[in-house]
Design a binder for this molecule. Structure first.
Ligand code: AMP
Ligand code: MG
Length: 350
């Protein structure tokens, strides 16, 4: 099958780029059977599960061996810190040294939901979780499966996106299996994720507050609570010398094997005529230009649907051996800013 063929390709990719053996048995958990998954998580296993944003690779945030397992399974650079997930704001004291007033207001307004906040790190959290930083990134997801699993595990749970580092994030359990089968202990086989792009990351410890990563909670949404907020998602504007405000921003992200091109509406046919021999795919909120022959077309209902379908489309296009994916540009407001950010990262081969 196509899935099987693609899995073999992915393993070839792992061998050259990650060089890790895949020897674990990855158990499939039904969403009705969360108790066993929760117990194993608490005991140090690495188990993927759905959240409101993308599938996360969960592990006990208080267990350094479990944390190491997450970095190893993903092939994630050690200097890229993890987001800690809690089932309830009252559980923050196990993770954060304190919760500033402004963070409390944001938690009251947006949790559970796709908003990650930086807080001063608690000493009880292993340094590997935060890659040695003095701050910890935390959120409470709104997905009922995620919340139930974390609540039952009864420990804070790190959950970076459940994909091989550099590959598109997984928004279905099948995508988790495609990347991580044999490398992790389990996967909770829930539905496709609702939002489809990673959480908004916000640093309110900094003056002025800064947005470190675009997500479903947009800059415009946050402005009434944080009128001074700046967009530091590109890393250089933050004015902190050579240190990027969020280490993950410098790493390769969400790249399919196909080349990603952003279509802003200008000279569509002209650009496509450049490489006539390539198999092209299209994703956008409108139908593609009829004059360009597309081998695979995904037309989304609106920007929210675009975000929800983006990563799965990247994976499907790779399975269909598309060479170039034309991704329609969208206005940078609401979820559109997150879509454009992910497209820009996916299209840069630097
Ligand atoms: P992922 O878990 O793959 O969604 O990536 C987590 C993102 O959060 C990365 O971009 C990290 O750099 C960022 N992040 C996590 N912890 C911190 C922190 N303490 N300070 C700044 N950024 C962080
Ligand atoms: Mg990720």
């Amino acid at each position: 099958t196509a899935t099987h063929a693609n899995r073999e390709e992915c393993q070839g990719w792992q061998e050259t780029e990650v060089m890790m053996p895949s020897t674990r048995t990855t158990k499939r958990y039904r969403v009705e059977d969360l108790e066993e998954a929760a117990q194993r998580l608490r005991d140090g296993a690495a188990i993927a599960f759905p959240t409101d944003t993308v599938y996360g690779l969960g592990a006990n945030a208080l267990d350094p061996t479990a944390i190491a397992r997450v970095f190893e399974a993903k092939g994630r650079p050690q200097d890229n810190p993890l987001i800690v997930h809690v089932s309830d704001p009252t559980k923050l004291q196990r993770v954060a040294a304190n919760v500033p007033e402004i963070a409390r207001s944001l938690i009251a307004a947006y949790w559970p939901g796709p908003l990650t906040l930086l807080l001063p790190k608690s000493n009880s959290l292993p340094p590997s979780v935060t890659a040695g930083l003095s701050t910890v990134a935390v959120r409470m997801p709104s997905d009922p499966i995620a919340l139930e699993l974390i609540r039952r595990a009864d420990v804070p749970i790190v959950a970076p996106s459940a994909n091989l580092s550099g590959r598109p994030s997984a928004t279905t359990w099948e995508a988790v299996v495609e990347d991580l089968d044999g490398r992790i202990d389990g996967v909770v086989c829930g539905p496709a994720t609702r939002i489809g792009v990673e959480s908004t990351v916000l640093d309110v410890l900094h003056e002025p507050p800064r947005l470190l990563r675009h997500g479903a909670i947009s800059l415009q949404t946050l402005q009434p609570i944080l009128p001074e907020i700046i967009d530091a998602s590109h890393g250089s504007e933050a004015g902190h010398g050579a240190t990027p405000p969020s280490p993950g921003m410098k790493h390769r992200h969400n790249q399919p094997k196909a080349r990603v091109e952003i279509w802003d509406g200008a000279d569509r046919e002209g650009a496509a005529n450049h490489d006539k021999g390539s198999r092209r795919g299209w994703i956008g909120v409108e139908a593609p230009p009829a004059s360009v022959g597309y081998a695979k077309v995904v037309v989304c209902a609106n920007a929210d649907d675009y975000a929800a379908q983006l990563y799965e489309t990247f994976r499907r296009m790779d399975q269909a051996e598309i060479d170039v994916i034309d991704c329609q540009a969208v206005p940078r407001h609401g979820i559109g800013a997150a879509i454009m950010d992910r497209l820009e990262r996916a299209s840069s081969r630097a």
